[in-house]
Design a protein around this ligand. Structure first.
Ligand code: A2H
Length: 257
């Protein structure tokens, strides 16, 4: 982790409705008028995108709104925007074009359209404590069926909605969706592993690291897709095909760092 180059799939989640706090700031930015704005998440598991139930930001992290071309604006960390501007995602190669800034906390409650998600009317941006500013785009797409971190974080939010300053209506109507099946953990690895390893919170970092490792290996080497055009195929085979389909549809791209 953090050593050498990493190739992610960047997933474009179009903003359908800003939270009131973000809307108030966006209204002050005339350059955003008429633009398509996307929260951009970096994932290593493109084959799980059918199971997206929400998207996470770090509440205390600073995000920028970056012009990518004449029509599109990306929301991500400044660090990611620097990397992206050398990969063809900037109006001028090698230069970042920042239109505005918004803190993660103010993005919470924004509604986004997550590609491939079964929740086609949109899902909500929610807070996660352990989002690193030094990895990916600072935006994490959430798949609670297969990511123990995502599942544990959503459990925290449901237990303490007031503490986390979220509305239960952003979480409860979006239960985890089975995406792939494994012999050891069934069709929802993350809840099964959180139970088995007695993980109660996103703060249980040691157990979560183990759960993440187990879920990843079991899914990749023994998983079978349950949904989408690759249903019935092994996860290892489906991964590249699903990623390519997202790229072809303009809903994702390769992001290196
Ligand atoms: B993965 P690696 Cl289903 N901070 O996507 C914390 N976590 C981040 C992040 C950041 N800034 N940027 C990306 N990530 C998460 C899906 C997924 C992921 C599943 C299962 C496991 C999994 C849905 N969340 O990751 O350190 C993103 O979550 C297990 C490691 O670069 C991304 O893929 O290896 C993964 O961590 C990248 O972590």
């Amino acid at each position: 982790e953090g050593v050498g180059p990493q190739e992610y799939t960047a997933v474009k989640m179009r903003v359908a409705a800003w939270s009131p706090a973000a809307q108030a700031q966006v209204d002050q930015l005339p350059a955003l008028q008429g633009k398509n704005v996307f929260m951009v998440a970096a994932t290593l598991r493109p084959e799980t995108m059918y199971g997206q139930t929400n998207c996470f930001v770090g509440p205390t992290l600073e995000y920028g709104l970056y012009a990518i071309n004449d029509t599109d604006v990306f929301v991500c960390t400044h660090r990611a925007a620097r990397n992206l501007c050398y990969q063809g995602y900037s109006p001028v190669d090698g230069e970042v074009c920042q239109l505005g800034t918004v803190v993660g906390r103010d993005l919470v409650g924004t509604k986004v359209l997550a590609p491939l998600s079964q929740y086609t009317d949109g899902v909500y941006v929610l807070p996660m404590e352990n989002v690193l500013a030094t990895k990916g785009t600072g935006v994490v797409t959430s798949v609670p069926s297969d990511s123990p971190d995502d599942y544990a974080t959503l459990q925290d939010l449901l237990k303490k909605p007031d503490y986390y300053q979220i509305d239960r209506a952003w979480v409860e109507p979006f239960p985890a969706v089975p995406v792939l099946s494994t012999p050891t953990y069934g069709d929802m690895s993350a809840p099964a592993l959180c139970k088995q390893l007695k993980i109660n919170s996103q703060k249980d970092r040691v157990q979560l690291a183990e759960a993440k490792e187990l879920a990843y290996k079991e899914g990749f080497y023994k998983g079978t897709m349950l949904v989408g055009p690759c249903a019935g195929q092994s996860v290892a085979d489906a991964k590249t095909a699903i990623r390519q389909a997202m790229i072809d549809a303009g809903e994702g791209f390769v992001y290196n760092e």
